[in-house]
Design a protein around this ligand. Structure first.
Ligand SMILES: Nc1ncnc2c1ncn2[C@@H]1O[C@H](COP(=O)(O)OP(=O)(O)OP(=O)(O)O)[C@@H](O)[C@H]1O
Length: 376
């Protein structure tokens, strides 16, 4: 193989991983319902049941609407977090995406292809090649070595032994498990086992990684490590990820966007900043009450208009600078900072704007503040 061929293969692999070259969302979900219980079909869209709470619905019909009239899109290359308390429908929703659970009604498309129209063979390919799932309980095969566990998905795909072992070695290194290839799962810590689970999912080079509360059984420090690992992998590969968690700090740390669920429905879908700065209702407000706002909210929301010569003085910072970082800049210089985009000053921040964010006195921030006031 020539150097050019090698480079081309690497590019192709990266393209397969990210779905680069394709346009449009990875998943497009419309009016999706999953109802468990007798004659589930009668529930979706039926006005007789529309106004009932989850409890009332269960009492009246014996049915649980685990997913209730949900529509959303997962964009290519994003980390899409599905968050909610236990029983809110997260796992059911994510399992319907590959029809591990059959939806009751609605539509699901992956790369524009109708998932509900897929036959058995196509579904198998969807689950084995196009997507891969990482579970909380790792799902490792106890009698196999780390290497063989990682290679398992490739074996199912029918890849030859030498090739799959080589690929598995590569992924083992990628998740930091070198030297442990010949161990069995029982000889690993919880964090290491989850790395094996992650490596096994990565080995098949899926377009989308689906995570179902993968880190909730890990102790906090290891959990933090694994979150960093996911962030690093995402930065390196840009692979689309759908990540279920009931943990708000995990959602805020990992998510490009967060979909907050309650009783099977979507309460809010937005960036971490949008959700923290502008909660959709009291439920969300309560949920995010204890968040360190300065670590999520950017100066674009905190800034005010520049007065006088402020637009041409002070250190320049980008609009997506977090308030916590702007505090450092303001503290260091003792003066206001200009929020600059391209060559325009959008506004300024000084102690009072930044402290207002920390103290939660900026209110529901609504639209970002300030406007372009001057060319720099
Ligand atoms: N097979 C089933 N039969 C009946 N009801 C079910 C079934 N699976 C899930 N449910 C119900 O659907 C609702 C949503 O469950 P789901 O497991 O999707 O929630 P979750 O948000 O993932 O919860 P957790 O965080 O505890 O895993 C719950 O009320 C649950 O009891």
């Amino acid at each position: 193989m020539t150097g050019t061929d090698t480079a081309k293969t690497a590019t192709n692999t990266a393209e397969a991983a990210t779905g680069a070259g394709r346009t449009g969302p990875v998943f497009a979900v419309r009016d999706l319902w999953k109802v468990f219980g007798p004659r589930a079909q009668r529930i979706p869209g039926n006005p007789e049941y529309a106004g009932l709470s989850a409890g009332e619905l269960r009492e009246r019909t014996g049915c649980t609407a685990a997913v209730r009239d949900v529509s959303f899109e997962v964009k290519r290359g994003e980390v899409f977090v599905v968050m909610g308390l236990s029983g809110s429908g997260k796992s059911t929703l994510v399992r319907t995406l590959t029809r591990l659970i059959e939806p009751t009604s609605g539509s699901i498309a992956i790369d524009g292809e109708d998932v509900l129209a897929m036959d058995k063979n196509r579904l198998r390919e969807l689950r084995r090649h196009q997507t891969a799932m990482v579970f909380q309980n790792f799902g490792l095969l106890p009698h196999r070595t780390v290497l063989d566990n990682v290679a398992y998905g490739l074996e199912i795909q029918g890849m030859g032994k030498a090739e799959r072992r080589a690929k598995a070695m590569e992924v083992v290194a990628k998740v930091g498990l070198e030297g442990l290839e010949q161990r069995r799962p029982v000889q690993l810590s919880g964090g290491q086992q989850q790395r094996v689970g992650l490596a096994r999912a990565l080995a098949v080079d899926p377009e989308v990684l689906l995570f179902d509360e993968p880190f909730s059984a890990l102790d906090p420090l290891i959990r933090r490590d694994m979150q960093e690992e996911v962030i690093r992998l995402h930065r390196e590969e840009g692979r689309t990820m759908v990540f279920i968690t009931h943990d708000l700090s995990e959602a805020l740390r990992l998510g490009d966007r967060i979909m907050l669920m309650r009783d099977g429905g979507i309460v809010q879908l937005g960036t971490p900043e949008e959700i923290v700065a502008n909660p959709a209702d009291d439920y969300v407000r309560d949920f995010v009450r204890d968040v360190a706002r300065e670590q999520v909210i950017s100066v674009r929301r905190a800034m005010r208009q520049a007065d006088g010569d402020e637009a041409t003085t002070g250190a320049a910072i980008a609009p997506d600078t977090l308030v916590v970082d702007a505090i450092e800049a303001v503290a260091r210089t003792g003066a206001h900072c200009r929020v600059v985009e391209g060559n325009r000053t959008l506004g300024v921040v000084d102690e009072s704007q930044l402290l207002a964010v920390v103290a939660g006195l900026d209110g529901d921030a609504g639209e970002p503040r300030g406007k372009a006031v001057a060319a720099v």
